[in-house]
Ligand binder design. Structure first.
Ligand SMILES: Cc1cc2nc3c(=O)[nH]c(=O)nc-3n(C[C@H](O)[C@H](O)[C@H](O)COP(=O)(O)OP(=O)(O)OC[C@H]3O[C@@H](n4cnc5c(N)ncnc54)[C@H](O)[C@@H]3O)c2cc1C
Length: 498
């Protein structure tokens, strides 16, 4: 190493030491982790696929601290990667190689600041675990309806940053629709405080909605105000076997019409998905005696007293409405079999089964996961055509989905006796995304882009939309410090010519 090189790396080390000292000054030495053993748990995520390296893991406890840390890092030219519960499935919460980065973990910002019972809203900090927010709402007889398998680990900051969906979107919408305002630290360290909880506020650009779903590339969300819903007084939960996937929209609409739009979950669970779950978790009880090729798990819920009233047989009014609808649908051939949970335990067992699918597919072996959405009317065409195509290539499709929202989790695994490493995955993906585009679908429904879908963004997102995204990013984060290497693909450099 030359003398000049030694001097320059010493200067770098010096400025690194000085920068870390300044960060320690803000958040406290105990909350700046630099030892590999201390950082290890923050450098990988749930998928086990992604890994990243960082100069430090910084754990602030307030928006003001985040603001100061951002200013210090910006001065040093360090990238900042916000991190919540590390359950993201696209590698968004880990630094990419080649950038001096810190991980900014929001885990200490985990207070539920206040609940407004009159307005039915809650203000929670970014590091609050989703399930904790469920419990807080329940204590007040209310519900925070965002619901999915990672609820015990994911945080509301991560939910906002990925605009998470889950099983109740059909009634309550994505995280975006549940959020009334945010507090966030922008790339220059300024704090935006928009936690008024107003349902109407047309005073300029909707900055909240720019940051929601931006995966930490435009700023760090430190808190949010969310809508809460009334606690259902009665629920009817069950499992259906449909004659054909093409009937699914008709069955959904019939249930919605009869119950006044009370469908909370409408989830596609074909026999192959139930099989994989039963294999991974042998104590799972199959919902129906015979396998349902087109299985559907549903829940209908109401907070109307009339719907909760019981008849002589002990059936709620809501349950009778569902029964009547199912009977009609059975008569006209759309449904071939059905079960309704007869106890709270049976209901919880059905939910547990639904929520264990991702772990079950992971246990099953290597798989390529697609998180796609389609118009409801095109779902059956997609599944029918793709299943035939990929089965002929040696794959076993394992599909579940939030069908009520047109969202499929379409996973490709190896068919029995086939070696995953020899299967034509690139060809299968090509076919799937071409068909998806023809059917006006989206290649990322709810999990986001992160690192894993940058290639699809570059290939399938409209150039005009990518240009607008780059313009926004350039205006708010000109130095490109916020979660670089994710979400927006680098522009393709023109090659050759003038
Ligand atoms: C078993 C399982 C089931 C799942 N089911 C669903 C599902 O049904 N629907 C669904 O939508 N997702 C699902 N997911 C994906 C995942 O849980 C969600 O994406 C979740 O919202 C991520 O939250 P997190 O706190 O773990 O964020 P992380 O994984 O830590 O981060 C995710 C992204 O958000 C950014 N980020 C985190 N916190 C902040 C912040 N405060 N400010 C700015 N950016 C931030 C990160 O930089 C990263 O880009 C599932 C995951 C698992 C493991």
């Amino acid at each position: 190493m030359s003398r000049t090189q030694t001097r320059s790396s010493n200067t770098e080390a010096l400025s690194q030491t000085a920068t870390l000292a300044a960060v320690r000054e803000i958040v406290g030495a105990a909350h700046v982790l630099v030892e590999p053993a201390d950082m290890a748990g923050f450098l990988e995520d749930w998928t086990g696929v992604y890994r990243g390296d960082a100069l430090a893991v910084v754990r602030p406890s307030s928006a003001e601290d985040v603001s100061e840390v951002v200013k210090i890092c910006a001065a040093a030219g360090w990238a900042i990667v916000p991190q919540g519960g590390q359950t993201g499935l696209c590698g968004g919460g880990l630094p990419v190689a080649g950038r001096a980065s810190i991980i900014l973990s929001l885990s200490r910002m985990n207070a539920v600041r206040s609940i407004d019972l009159a307005g039915r809203t809650v203000i929670a900090e970014a590091g609050v675990v989703l399930e904790t927010l469920h419990e807080k709402a329940t204590e007040h007889g209310l519900v925070f309806p965002l619901m999915f398998g990672a609820k015990g680990s994911c945080t509301i900051g991560g939910n906002l940053a990925t605009n998470a969906g889950g099983s109740n979107v059909v009634r309550h919408g994505n995280t975006r629709e549940l959020c009334l305002g945010i507090e966030a630290v922008m790339p220059d360290g300024t704090i935006i405080n928009a936690l008024t909880g107003l349902r109407k506020d047309n005073t300029g650009y909707d900055l909240k909605n720019l940051l929601i779903g931006a995966e930490g590339t435009l700023g760090i969300i430190t808190a949010a105000v969310f809508k809460l819903s009334a606690m259902p007084l009665t629920r009817t939960t069950g499992f259906l076997s449909l004659a054909s996937l093409a009937d699914a929209p008709r069955v959904l609409n019939a249930m919605q019409d009869r119950t006044g739009g009370a469908v909370e979950a409408y989830e596609y669970m074909p026999a192959s998905a139930v099989d994989v779950i039963c294999q991974a978790f042998p104590d799972t009880r199959r919902p129906l005696d015979s396998p349902a090729e087109t299985g559907l798990f549903f829940e209908v819920a109401s907070n109307r007293k009339d719907d909760a009233e019981l008849d002589e047989a002990g059936e709620s009014h809501l349950q009778s409405l569902v029964f009547e609808t199912l009977e009609e649908l059975m008569e006209d051939g759309a449904i071939s079999d059905a079960m309704i949970a007869q106890s709270e335990q049976q209901r919880l067992d059905l939910w547990k089964m639904r929520e264990s699918i991702l772990e079950a597919i992971t246990e099953n072996g290597p798989a390529y996961h697609m998180d796609i959405s389609l118009p409801l009317a095109a779902i059956a065409d997609f599944v029918g055509a793709m299943d035939t195509t990929v089965e002929s290539m040696g794959f076993r499709p394992l599909t579940v989905g939030h069908l009520g929202d047109g969202n499929l989790h379409y996973a490709l695994s190896a068919a029995e006796g086939r070696d995953w490493n020899t299967l034509p995955l690139a060809e299968a993906k090509e076919e799937a995304f071409a068909l998806l585009s023809r059917l006006n679908g989206s290649f990322s429904a709810e999990h986001g882009i992160g690192q894993s879908k940058l290639d699809l963004m570059a290939k399938l997102k409209q150039p005009s939309q990518l240009a607008a995204m780059r313009a926004i990013k350039g205006a708010l984060d000109p130095a490109g410090l916020m979660n670089p290497g994710k979400f927006i693909p680098d522009p393709v450099e023109p090659t050759g010519g003038r």
